[in-house]
Design a protein around this ligand. Structure first.
Ligand code: ADP
Length: 499
């Protein structure tokens, strides 16, 4: 724990350089064992902003060894004191919100006003929230026999491996790390290739309030650095957010070691708009739900919007007009609503889905917004949002996760049929129903197959609200007290015979 407090660095270019080429292990920055790095690119203009340490098995070994050593002492601390340290992380991170917002904007191309600043604020809030939950690590007393005291206690797992994606890396890292640490574990995070720098800075900030080795972070490619972390013999739990394909690879590796895995995977979230819904509110809800301000790069994106035929045309017209009024441009500009797509590969994928949609018989594509004209952004990865109508629920675009600013509006007439269609998906992450009729709302919340069902809102992940999917969307919950207890501890039974 350092006594010299870090001061926020509001120059993200300088900060990116300062953080370049390093992991953070045992309270210190260090280069990769191989000495190698890979470039970090600003997707808004294609310029290289720095480099990340290229992690491999040897780096994983060092990080896990540090975590294992530190965890023993950490687990012996009072749970409430661990919580206090995590809450202190939240306080320190709060002082760095603007710094972190600028840096995450630089490396991911997300708009600072609509996305990055909000994410940096929620990051701090997650630590504050979990920091207060130390005393909730309770067990039970079990009636067994009059002369036997039988109780359960919550024990930490040990070293937790956390693998995170690039779309909301700060928040998703916090949802894993904060409960894991409060519960008495030490963590090794493997950051996403596209967004390794801001999470590294977060780790540095957190290490001012934590003993060295409790929170470590590595950068590197999935198969070279993520896989050895999952496979490491001293990693007792893995928590992952990313694609379904990688989730399954990780689940198989975890099964081989018989360790628990929490998996937050993809989605194709339905939003059902009834004919009695407030259309303007539902349109605003669709914009939030679809995460247009994040270029649609969200696993909960409301990418299938079922609108009753009576209000379909007015809904589409209003949604098209509102999305078109949004500004695509320089993510650092306060006036920008929508920034850049993370990578060329992701942009090609999104564009190929748009092309498939346009070529589908009966489909109409409403292309929204104006492309940025600033020559400084000519190499930026910008995609205009597209609203498709006329597609059936079984179309490729309605079944596969696009992870881009593309949504499909499906006209419906029969309520039972629309619930059936909403559930006709491999995914089950989130869903919403928009109606003024309480009976319909309650019925839909029961019947929709999703981990999170909202009525008349499409809020993003919040601390204290259990989050996680069913079907191909994953296993296990995050963000709540329940996630800390169920996923970062194991229950030990202790039986004491009285004499
Ligand atoms: P995306 O397509 O969004 O990049 P991925 O699931 O490929 O989604 O990536 C999410 C995270 O999983 C990243 O940190 C990535 O490096 C990691 N990852 C990818 N492949 C593997 C793997 N085989 N083992 C462990 N981690 C992996």
């Amino acid at each position: 724990m350092s006594l010299n407090r870090l001061t926020p660095n509001l120059d993200p270019q300088a900060l990116a350089k300062e953080l370049s080429g390093k992991h953070f292990i045992a309270g210190e920055f260090c280069a990769a064992v191989s000495g190698r790095t890979f470039p970090v690119v600003n997707p808004a203009n294609g310029r290289t902003i720095g480099a990340a340490a290229l992690g491999a098995a040897a780096d994983v070994d060092a990080a896990v060894a540090a975590a294992k050593l530190a965890q023993k002492v950490w687990a012996d601390k009072n749970a409430r004191d661990r919580g206090k340290a995590v809450a202190e992380c939240g306080r320190l991170l709060m002082d760095h919100v603007e710094e972190l917002a600028r840096l995450i904007t630089l490396e991911t191309g997300k708009a600072i006003r609509t996305e990055s600043r909000i994410e940096a604020g929620v990051l701090a809030d997650v630590f504050t929230f979990f920091g207060g939950l130390g005393s909730e690590l309770k067990g039970e007393s079990v009636p067994f026999a009059n002369d036997v005291l039988s109780v359960t206690v919550r024990q930490p797992i040990g070293v937790v491996g956390a693998i995170i994606p690039w779309n909301v890396p700060l928040l998703l890292m916090a949802l894993k790390v904060a409960p894991a640490i409060v519960a008495g574990n030490a963590v090794v995070v493997k950051s996403a290739e596209e967004a390794p720098l801001t999470v590294l800075r977060v780790t540095q900030i957190m290490n001012q309030a934590l003993p060295p080795g409790i929170m470590n972070i590595l950068s590197g490619y999935g198969p070279d650095c993520g896989a050895p972390l999952v496979a490491h013999k001293h990693v007792g739990k893995v928590t992952f957010t990313g694609s379904v394909e990688t989730g399954k690879i990780i689940a198989r590796m975890a099964a081989e070691k018989l360790i628990p895995a929490t998996l937050e995977l993809g989605g194709k979230s339905p939003m059902i708009v009834m004919d009695d819904a407030d259309v303007d509110r539902a349109v605003d809800g669709a914009i939030i739900g679809m995460r247009f301000t994040r270029q649609g790069q969200s696993c909960t994106a409301a990418s299938r919007i079922f609108v009753h035929e009576k209000i379909h045309d007015s809904f589409v017209a209003k949604l098209g007009a509102k999305v078109t009024a949004m500004k695509i441009g320089d993510p650092m500009d306060e006036a920008t609503d929508i920034g850049a797509i993370i990578s060329r590969q992701q942009m090609d994928k999104v564009q190929s889905y748009i092309a498939i949609g346009k070529a589908t018989a009966g489909a109409t594509a409403l292309t929204c917004c104006v492309m940025p004209s600033d020559p400084a952004l000519k190499d930026g990865l910008f995609v205009q949002p597209v609203i498709f109508t006329g597609l059936e629920n079984d179309a490729k675009l309605c079944q596969e996760e696009i992870f881009g600013p593309v949504t499909c509006i499906i006209k419906w007439r029969d309520y039972d049929r629309v619930i059936e269609q909403a559930n006709d998906s491999d995914f089950g992450l989130a869903a919403s129903i928009w109606t003024r009729n309480l009976q319909v709302a309650l019925d839909a919340t029961k019947r929709l197959e999703a981990g999170l069902v909202q009525v008349n809102q499409n809020l993003v992940v919040q601390p204290n609200i259990s989050y996680g999917g069913v079907k191909q969307s994953g296993l296990g919950k995050e963000a709540s007290l329940e996630s800390m207890l169920e996923h970062f501890t194991h229950k030990k039974t202790i039986m004491m015979k009285m004499a």
